[in-house]
Ligand binder design. Structure first.
Ligand code: GP9
Ligand code: MN
Length: 649
C-alpha cells in the first residue's frame, strides 16, 4: 500500500476506487432506481468507473504535486454534485436537470425544505475526501515533480472511454432506445450513472432549444390529425349545462386520494372533503380513478396540463422553459368565446414557476399573488400564506371580479415538509416515525378545514349557489422514498403497481342545476379536464389541440399516461417496464398485442405533445375563425392592479 501511494498513479488509483465505492453506496442506499436482474445490477456497479477514470483522470495532465490537489478538488466537485442530487432525490424521487437548475428562484425558495432533507450521517458521504487529504499530505513528499509523459493520462482517458462504451453498449442491449426515449431519468441514472446523465441532459437541453428554430407549420398537421382522431363527442346530457356560470377551481396542494375516507387514530382526516365525496344528495361527482400526470414541474405541470391539455415536459417545468411559447389555453378561450374573466389566487411570490410571465401567454387576466394579501408572520408558514387566511382574503377579491369568472384558487400549506403551527393542528400526527408522512395528515386536516371555511364564505357571499366548483389534487405529496412508512399507513406492500395506484388524486366537480353522479369510476387524468370543462360550457373541443378527452363522454379514452410512458387502464397497468393485471396484481408475462399497442400510443401521444411545446407549434395553428392569438402585452399583474385591489379591500 505504502509503495502504491508513493506514486501519483497509485494515489489516483486509490481516489478512483474510493469514488467508485462511494458512488455505488449512494446508488444502493439513497436512490430507488428499480434495478432488476443481474445485468442491471452489474451496470449499476460498473457505471461509476468510467466517470471516475475520465473526470478524476483530467488531473493527471497537470505537473508535480498539483496532480494530487486537483484530484482532491475534482473528487470534491463530483461528490458535491452527487450529494446535491441525493438531497433533491429524497423529496422528488428524481434527479436535478439543467431545466430545474434554471429555476434558481425556485431552488432558492426550497431552502427550508432542503435542510429538512439532510441528515447528520450524510457527513459520511464526504469521508473519502478526508482520506485523500490525509494520504496526500503523508505521501506527496515521495512523488516525482515532473510532468508525467502524456502517454499515462491519455491511457487513463482511453480506458475511461472504453469503460463507458462497454457500459453504454450493454445498457442499450438491455433497454433498446435508452437514449432516444428516455422518459424516465431513473432509467438513465441506473444504466449510465449520475455524471453521464448530466452530460446527456446538457446535450438534450441544447437540442430542444434548437427544435423551435427548426419547426415549421407542417409539423402541426400530424398533431392535429392525432388529436382529432382521439376526440370524444360530448355527452348531450352535460354539453352546455354550465354555460355562463362562474367557475371556481380549487387546487389541493400535494393531495393524494388515499386521504379520502382514511381514518387515523379512529378519526377521519378530511371530514369535509369526505362529506362532499359521500354526499347522499349527490351535488358533486367524484372521480376516484383520476390521476395526476405531473413530472418535475409539479404544481406548474398540473396547471399547464389542466389549462392547456398538453403534457408537461419530461424534464424541467414547461412553465419555466416554454414561458414564451404561444398557447391556446382555457382562460383565453373562455374570454374570447364567452367573455369570462380569469384569475389565479396564490399566496406565494409572483414569479415562482415563472407564473407572472406564462400566465400572460395563457390569457389569465388577473393574478392575486402574495402582495395582495396580509402576509403578517402569523399568516405565513413554509412556502407562503396559510390556507385559512388565504381563502378568507380571497373571497372579497373574488367578489370584486367581473362575472362570469374563472377563478383558480391555489392552496399551499399542505406542502412538503408538511408543517402546521402549534395550536393549528387538530389531529395528532401519524406514528410511523417518518416525519414527512406523519405530518402529512396534519396539514391535510388543516387544508380540509380551510376548504370548509371557504365553502361557508362562498355560500354567505352568494357565489356558491350558481358556480361550477371543481376540486383537484395537483400531484403526490409522499414520494416513493417513504414506502416503508406508507406500508404502515396503507397496511399493504408498496409494490411498483401499488405506487402507481397511489398517484390517484381527487377530482370533484359540481355543476349547478345538474345532479352529481356520486362516485364515477372512469379512468381519467388531468389531461382530460380542459375538454371536459369546455363541453360543460358548450364549447366543442374538436377544433382545439387537446390531448385529453371529455370525462363525461361515452367515448372517453380510458388509458391514463404518466409522463414517463407508464400508464393505467381499468383492467391493466404498465409500470416500470411490466404489464400488471389490476385485479390479481400479478405481472402479465405475455401481454396482448392490444396492450403493446396502447403502450405505443401512449409514447406517441407524449412525443407529439413534446413536439408542440418544443417546436412552439401552436404559433402555426388557428383553431377556428373566432380565434385571436393572445397578445401578452394586453396583460400585466403589476402595481396598478395592486392599488386597484387595495381600494377593493
Ligand atoms: C409554489 C407552489 C408549490 O408557488 O405552488 O409548488 P410545487 O413545489 O408543489 O411545485
Ligand atoms: Mn404542488
Amino acid at each position: 500500500m505504502k509503495k502504491l501511494l508513493s506514486t501519483k498513479m497509485g494515489f489516483f488509483a486509490i481516489a478512483v476506487v474510493l469514488f467508485w465505492i462511494k458512488t455505488y453506496t449512494i446508488y444502493k442506499l439513497e436512490f430507488d432506481l428499480g434495478v432488476s436482474g443481474a445485468m442491471q445490477e452489474f451496470l449499476l456497479f460498473l457505471n461509476p468507473l468510467s466517470s471516475g477514470l475520465i473526470f478524476l483522470g483530467l488531473a493527471l495532465f497537470s505537473a508535480g504535486k498539483k496532480v494530487g490537489r486537483r484530484i482532491i478538488i475534482l473528487d470534491f466537485i463530483l461528490g458535491f454534485i452527487l450529494y446535491a442530487n441525493l438531497v433533491y432525490y429524497r423529496f422528488n424521487s428524481d434527479f436535478i436537470t439543467i431545466a430545474t437548475l434554471g429555476s434558481s428562484e425556485n431552488m432558492g425558495s426550497l431552502g427550508g425544505s432542503i435542510l429538512s432533507l439532510m441528515t447528520g450521517y450524510d457527513v459520511l458521504y464526504f469521508v473519502d475526501i478526508v482520506i485523500l487529504i490525509v494520504l496526500y499530505n503523508k505521501f506527496k513528499g515521495n512523488w516525482s515533480m515532473e510532468r508525467p509523459r502524456i502517454r499515462k493520462p491519455l491511457t487513463v482517458l482511453l480506458a475511461g472511454l472504453i469503460a463507458f462504451t462497454v457500459n453504454l453498449g450493454l445498457a442499450e442491449a438491455d433497454r433498446p432506445q435508452l437514449l432516444e426515449r428516455a422518459f424516465d431519468r431513473n432509467y438513465l441514472v441506473k444504466y449510465l450513472g449520475t455524471y453521464n446523465f448530466i452530460i446527456y441532459d446538457a446535450i438534450q437541453s441544447f437540442e430542444t432549444s434548437t427544435q423551435r428554430v427548426l419547426a415549421d407549420s407542417s409539423d402541426i398537421t400530424e398533431v392535429e390529425n392525432y388529436t382529432k382522431s382521439k376526440y370524444a363527442e360530448p355527452n348531450a346530457e352535460y354539453f352546455g349545462t354550465g354555460k355562463g356560470k362562474n367557475i371556481i377551481k380549487i387546487h389541493l396542494e400535494s393531495f393524494q386520494s388515499f386521504l379520502i375516507n382514511y381514518e387515523l387514530h379512529g378519526e377521519e382526516v378530511t371530514p369535509f372533503l369526505n362529506s362532499l365525496v359521500n354526499d347522499e344528495s349527490q351535488d358533486f361527482t367524484y372521480f376516484d380513478n383520476f390521476f395526476h400526470q405531473t413530472e418535475q414541474g409539479k404544481t406548474a405541470d398540473a396547471e399547464l396540463i389542466m389549462d392547456t391539455s398538453l403534457y408537461g415536459l419530461p424534464q424541467g417545468a414547461a412553465f419555466m422553459t416554454k414561458g414564451e411559447n404561444t398557447f391556446q389555453a382555457l382562460p383565453a378561450i373562455l374570454d374570447q368565446q364567452q367573455d369570462y374573466t380569469s384569475a389565479v389566487f396564490h399566496g406565494d411570490g409572483k414569479s415562482f414557476w415563472n407564473r407572472d410571465e406564462i400566465y400572460k401567454a395563457l390569457g389569465i387576466n388577473q393574478y392575486f399573488y402574495d402582495i395582495f394579501y396580509d402576509m403578517s408572520p402569523e399568516n405565513v408558514i413554509n412556502y407562503g400564506l396559510k390556507d385559512k387566511p388565504f381563502f378568507e382574503q380571497a373571497v372579497p377579491l373574488m367578489e370584486g371580479m367581473d362575472q362570469p369568472f374563472y377563478a383558480h384558487m391555489m392552496t399551499l400549506t399542505h406542502h412538503h415538509p408538511f408543517i402546521v403551527d402549534e395550536g393549528e393542528a387538530t389531529i395528532e400526527p401519524a406514528e410511523t416515525g417518518d416525519a414527512t408522512v406523519d405530518g402529512y395528515f396534519q396539514t391535510a386536516r388543516y387544508l380540509d378545514e380551510s376548504l370548509e371555511q371557504f365553502f361557508n364564505d362562498l355560500k354567505e357571499s352568494g357565489l356558491y349557489e350558481d358556480s361550477i366548483i371543481m376540486i383537484y389534487g395537483d400531484h403526490y405529496g409522499i414520494s416513493d422514498n417513504h414506502n416503508r412508512a406508507m406500508e404502515q399507513i396503507t397496511g399493504e406492500e408498496i409494490t411498483p403497481l401499488k405506487n402507481a395506484d397511489m398517484q390517484r388524486v381527487p377530482y370533484l366537480i359540481r355543476i349547478p342545476g345538474v345532479d352529481g353522479q356520486g362516485t364515477n369510476h372512469e379512468y381519467s387524468g388531468q389531461i382530460d379536464v380542459m375538454p371536459t370543462l369546455m363541453h360543460i360550457l358548450g364549447i366543442d373541443a374538436l377544433d382545439h389541440i387537446v390531448f385529453g378527452t371529455d370525462m363525461f363522454s361515452e367515448d372517453h379514452k380510458e388509458y391514463v399516461p404518466f409522463r414517463n410512458g407508464d400508464f393505467m387502464t381499468p383492467e391493466y397497468s404498465f409500470v416500470k417496464g411490466s404489464y400488471y393485471d389490476n385485479e390479481t396484481k400479478e405481472v402479465i408475462e405475455e401481454p396482448t398485442e392490444e396492450m403493446k399497442k396502447t403502450a405505443e400510443t401512449v409514447l406517441h401521444e407524449l412525443e407529439l405533445s413534446d413536439k408542440v411545446l418544443n417546436g412552439d407549434l401552436l404559433r402555426f395553428y388557428t383553431p377556428n375563425e373566432e380565434w385571436e392569438p393572445v397578445n401578452i402585452n394586453d396583460y400585466s399583474y403589476g402595481e396598478e392592479e395592486t392599488e386597484e385591489q387595495d381600494e377593493v379591500k
